[in-house]
Design a protein around this ligand. Structure first.
Ligand code: 26Q
Length: 795
């Protein structure tokens, strides 16, 4: 099917795959026909990649993640296969609007935020680099909920991406494993044998992940839970209609829905089942492949590098030991060593409440053999440490971070600061015992999606200036450096940004009915709503600014549009209050004729990957304002810098490294450092002190308290104000004055259009290091010990 031009292929698929015809086809039909036509062009290289891997007996990377936030796939495939022009022509020739067809695809939102999006960027980079790899996860029927607002409050509705035909996946009827839960462990022939009580089938679905130029493709293998036996005909025949369908519904529950919390929701049995289900199915698949290719089991670490994306798949340690020791008779010590040789673990958070712990009782009832093995692993590890100060269990709970650490040969943090803090805080004792185990791998983002495809105006300018080598060698952006003093280049750079902003302004008017001035500063904070990310610091600043403008409406104000987007976990009450407050503040400020030339506040609903792709290229200022020490890395921060939006931010996560690279003059730094944060918390009444010292802060809080943003419900935000002026754990008040000052420095810089565009362009030219290709090379060398089978750079 690849011997014909794209137009012919689209029409053939429309006719023969969809059974439709050009006269009756809907946008959906055309989009599927295009997807299938594009898909045909990558299958052969996908197969060639696995043949090449088998031919040389290459070591493979296995990336185990509960989340893959892949977003739309069609445009990614078109861009990576370099089919933009052909697709554009074919669609226009068929009387279709290419943008509308591309945007008809639903976002695959199989993740919450940063961790899931990182997994998606890593999969793309692994393919671009030609590294044999599988991503393993869950094929959720419902991804992250859809968000809308009712009177400013977040409303969640089910997301149902899979109700549409999914053109990118292949069901593998021959790849299915029976997974067990519960039951008991009994001695048989002197060995412990686990007899599970409940069983479900893990069914594999494969999606190809295509690298740059389509030279290599890997597989994202997602597991769907299905009943072992279909429908119970006996029960049905006895008239028990609902009961006959029950086992099926129960089994499918496991892959029904993504948990919408991006910190741990403690103790939910179904969550633990999901974790075991996909981890154990993946390990079964990995061992099956290894055994089919032949070799001694102790050589498994030479053929398989298994990366655990946070502790969610940490049961992989005991499960792999069980498969090797119980099921394949490898001595326990050797089984532990072999498993450790394969496994490595990425930590994404230091926050104590976010570290996964499972009750021993739940673990014993669901996974009785694993609980025994965890105790054996703990004992073996304790025997190595004279002080016996680290234990995998305690207070009736299993500590998944410690378990993952002990079962991994390498443990990594996701930014330099975060890795350093890991060594000093959560894993201090384990780090002392295993000083070579913790390494840093600063996150990155794929430049194909986040620059080339999301920002065609800027990527076109870059390619015209330095050629297109930057696309898979992002540090070549340095070659823009000489152009940073070239007025013609800076004009073109500013024109690209201006055009992106005008597009966004049009879209905001058309889709959300808000008018904004494309020449205003677009100040953007888009991420999950969390107290530590401090969206409330941002909205407090907006209130204070609004009050200042009202006090002096003739002042020389720099026009701003503050844009927010992000979802709150459905059970996170305070985060939902922040959303409502921002919406309420927006309603008041946007309708104030005295100020709305200068200040607008917009909270866009249903933030997802596609909305990020729309907003980031049109942003002027990137808000990265977490309490220092709390944001492990951030990856949005990198996307903004790359697209020429300077950061206003704290010294947290990868902000530190971004500032080091783009230069202190091109970054609006403010706030306490991680050390100062710890010290400040010890100051009694720190919030009250900060409020007393800054009339703008006290004024803004007073404005909230007096009900200005509360509609008819005067005390609506009493809780928010009490939190901020009381405990204020995230030090919003203590950082407010510094934040205000940094914002005014940003105003002054923006008012100087020449200086600003140089600053923006500097951010692009110096962000090349933040490519996920660089990150993956780091994992390859420091953790996985794998090499590319076919380098993405040759041809
Ligand atoms: C765990 C157990 C039960 C329910 C939910 C969870 C859960 C789910 C998702 C816990 C955490 C997450 C997601 C965490 C996350 O996205 N962390 C972010 O990871 C990024 C990639 O490394 C970093 O850039 C961010 O700083 C970090 O917050």
């Amino acid at each position: 099917m690849t011997d014909v031009d794209l137009r012919t292929s689209i029409l053939r698929h429309l006719t023969y795959s969809l059974g439709s015809d050009a006269d009756h086809a809907t946008q959906h039909d055309w989009r599927i026909a295009l997807s299938l036509a594009v898909r045909d062009r990558l299958i052969e290289n996908w197969h060639a990649a696995s043949r090449a891997t088998r031919a040389v007996g290459a070591k493979r990377v296995y990336y185990l993640s509960m989340e893959f936030l892949i977003g739309r796939l069609l445009e990614d495939a078109i861009v990576n296969l370099r089919l933009e022009d052909e697709a554009q022509q074919a669609l226009t020739g068929l009387g279709l609007d290419p943008v509308a067809v591309i945007q008809d695809e639903p976002d695959a939102a199989l993740g919450n935020g940063g961790l899931g999006r990182l997994a998606a960027c890593f999969m793309e980079s692994l393919s671009t680099l030609g590294v044999p790899a599988f991503g393993y996860g869950i094929r959720y029927e419902h991804g992250l909920f859809r968000q809308s607002f009712e009177e400013g409050r977040q409303i969640e509705t089910a997301e149902d991406w899979l109700t549409q035909y999914h053109a990118w996946e292949f069901e593998r009827r021959d790849v299915r494993f029976k997974m067990c839960f519960g039951g008991e462990v009994v001695e048989e022939g002197g060995k412990p044998v686990w007899h599970g009580q409940e069983a479900v089938m893990a069914q594999a679905y494969d999606t190809p992940v295509i690298g740059w130029r389509g030279r290599w493709a890997n597989t994202l293998r997602l597991w769907s839970a299905q009943p072992l036996h279909g429908f119970d005909l006996d029960r049905f025949n006895r008239g028990e209609y609902a009961a006959a369908a029950e086992p099926e519904a129960l089994a499918r529950t496991i892959s029904r829905v993504l948990y919408p919390d991006d910190t741990t929701e403690q103790g939910k049995e179904l969550r633990l089942k999901q974790e075991y289900f996909f981890t154990a199915a993946s390990l079964r698949d990995i061992l099956r492949r290894f055994e089919a290719e032949g070799g001694a089991l102790t050589d498994l670490p030479k053929r398989a590098a298994i990366q655990l994306n946070d502790t969610h798949p940490a049961i992989a340690g005991p499960e792999l030991v069980r498969l090797l020791h119980d099921e394949r008779e490898m001595p326990l010590d050797q089984a532990i060593a072999t498993a450790r040789g394969c496994l490595s673990y990425t930590n994404h958070t230091l926050m104590p409440e976010a570290l996964e712990r499972w009750s021993e009782d739940l673990m014993t009832s669901l996974l009785p053999r694993h609980m025994q093995l965890i105790e054996r692993i703990d004992a073996a590890h304790a025997a190595e440490q004279p002080s016996r100060s680290v234990s995998l269990t305690g207070d009736g709970e299993v500590r998944m971070g410690e378990l993952a650490f002990v079962m991994a040969h390498k443990v990594n943090g996701v930014s330099a600061l975060h890795t350093d803090l890991m060594k000093k805080t959560v894993f201090a004792e384990l780090h002392r015992l295993h000083p070579d185990r913790i390494v840093n791998e600063t996150n990155g983002v794929t430049p194909r999606r986040w620059l080339l495809s999301a920002n065609p105006r800027l990527s076109g300018l870059i390619t015209r200036t330095i050629g297109e080598g930057w696309v898979d060698d992002l540090e070549q952006l340095e070659r823009l450096e000489p152009s940073l003093t070239d007025p013609a280049f800076l004009d073109a750079y500013a024109a690209a940004k201006r055009a992106n902003k005008a597009d966004l302004a049009d879209w905001l008017a058309a889709e959300h009915g808000v008018q904004v001035d494309p020449d205003a500063m677009f100040d953007v904070q888009i991420k999950r709503i969390h107290e530590y990310k401090r969206q409330h610091l941002n909205i407090l600043e907006a209130i204070a600014l609004w009050r200042d403008i009202k006090a002096n409406p003739q002042g020389n104000w720099v026009p701003r549009v503050k844009i927010f987007a992000g979802k709150a976990a459905p059970g996170y009450f305070f985060a939902k209050e922040i959303i409502r407050l921002i919406n309420d503040v927006a309603a008041v400020i946007n309708s104030d004729p005295e100020t709305n030339r200068y200040l607008k506040v917009i909270f866009l609903p249903n933030y997802n990957v596609s909305l990020a792709e729309r907003l980031i290229p049109a942003s002027d200022l990137s808000e990265q304002i977490s309490t220092a020490g709390k944001e492990a890395s951030g990856t949005g921060n990198m996307k903004f810098a790359l697209n020429g939006a300077p950061t206003i931010g704290t010294l947290d996560g990868a902000n530190v490294e971004i500032r080091d690279r783009v230069g202190a003059r091109n970054f609006f730094l403010f706030g306490m450092t991680a050390d100062e944060v710890e010290a400040r918390r010890a100051v009694p009444e720190h919030a009250a002190q900060a409020i007393a010292a800054d009339p703008r802060l006290s004024g803004a809080l007073m404005e909230i308290s007096r009900g200005t943003f509360s509609r008819r419900d005067r005390h609506r935000y009493r809780g928010v104000v009490a939190n901020l002026s009381g405990a204020d754990y995230f030090l919003v008040c203590s950082d407010f004055t510094a934040y205000w000052d940094a914002q005014r420095r940003a105003d002054a810089a923006f008012a100087d259009a020449d200086a600003w565009r140089r600053m923006a362009a500097c951010n692009t030219a110096r962000s090349g290091w933040f490519s996920s290709d660089r990150t993956i090379r780091g994992y390859m060398a420091d953790i996985w010990d794998v090499v590319a089978v076919r380098s993405g750079l040759d041809e």
